[in-house]
Design a protein around this ligand. Structure first.
Ligand code: ADP
Length: 256
């Protein structure tokens, strides 16, 4: 029996200040899918990711990662999850190699396995030459790559990428896409949040729109477009956020 990579049922998250960031969210991501979560700032994306990765405790609802209860039995579930957070949270006093080694150790990898895996990832992300340098000396793009390498260190079956290409230049963005597409083809399930619609369009099999803590729509790009009666992802998104007047189709129609 192959379980879904992620199953979220009626997830509610109310912060102590009373803010209801998630209002009964349900979502299923199949094993091997490349899934996008899109929505404006404040929609609840980070809260959903934090609940899934054990960084925030849901108020109610269920989260299962490959069938494991990620709320009450997080230790089991977290093995399957790799998170590249939006905020780069590297320890600035560790070297690159130490950063990866520490993470592998946290997941119980043997020393030999850690050494082999970190060498492989440093190479894949063009960071080998920097391996003995402290992370604080890295450029922003290199920090971004190291964060992703760290998320992949324990070979997670579900990779969660929270705006991995925010502020990243075009070459690096293409390089990251290529790598992520490859590991997805090799079987890793990916959950991506991004503000770049073209990124979601190129990479994602299915997309969910989230707004005001609720899933407003989900499906393939064609399904989303059909649902909003428009012709592409950008226009569907503009319908979601109520900014149809920004549609390029609208502008091209000469209505200005
Ligand atoms: P997104 O990632 O889509 O920008 P978030 O999940 O960060 O959205 O935020 C959803 C809502 O919850 C926002 O209104 C935000 O202000 C609020 N929020 C997020 N974190 C906290 C917190 N720790 N305490 C109170 N409110 C929060």
């Amino acid at each position: 029996m192959s379980a879904n990579a992620l199953e979220i049922r009626q997830l509610v998250k109310r912060y102590p200040n009373g803010m209801e960031a998630l209002k009964s969210v349900s979502l299923e991501i199949g094993s091997g899918e490349f899934f996008g979560l899109l929505g404006p700032n404040g929609a609840g994306k980070s809260t959903l990711i934090h609940c899934t990765t054990g960084l925030a405790r849901p108020t109610s609802g269920e989260i299962r990662v490959f069938g494991q209860d990620a709320v009450n039995n997080y230790r089991e579930a977290r093995e399957a999850v790799g998170l590249a957070p939006q905020e780069i949270n590297l320890d600035m006093f560790l070297t690159l190699e130490e950063t990866l080694d520490l993470h592998g150790g946290y997941f119980g990898m043997t020393k030999a396995a850690r050494r082999e895996r970190s060498a492989e990832l440093l190479e894949a992300f063009s960071l080998t030459e920097k391996r003995h340098e402290r992370t604080r000396t890295l450029s922003g793009g290199m920090k971004r790559r190291l964060t992703l390498a760290r998320a992949l260190m324990h070979r997670p079956r579900l990779l969660i990428l929270d705006e991995p290409t925010a502020g990243v230049d075009i070459e690096l963005r293409l390089e990251l896409w290529q790598y992520i597409e490859r590991i997805n083809r090799e079987g890793t399930t990916v959950l991506l949040t991004t503000h770049y619609l073209e990124e979601a369009e190129r990479l994602c099999d299915r997309i969910a729109f989230i707004n005001h803590g609720q899933i407003a729509a989900q499906g393939t790009i064609d399904e989303l477009a059909a649902q909003y009666g428009v012709s592409g992802l950008e226009d569907a998104y503009l319908e979601l956020v109520g900014r149809q007047e920004l549609s390029r189709a609208h502008l091209d129609g000469g209505e200005l």
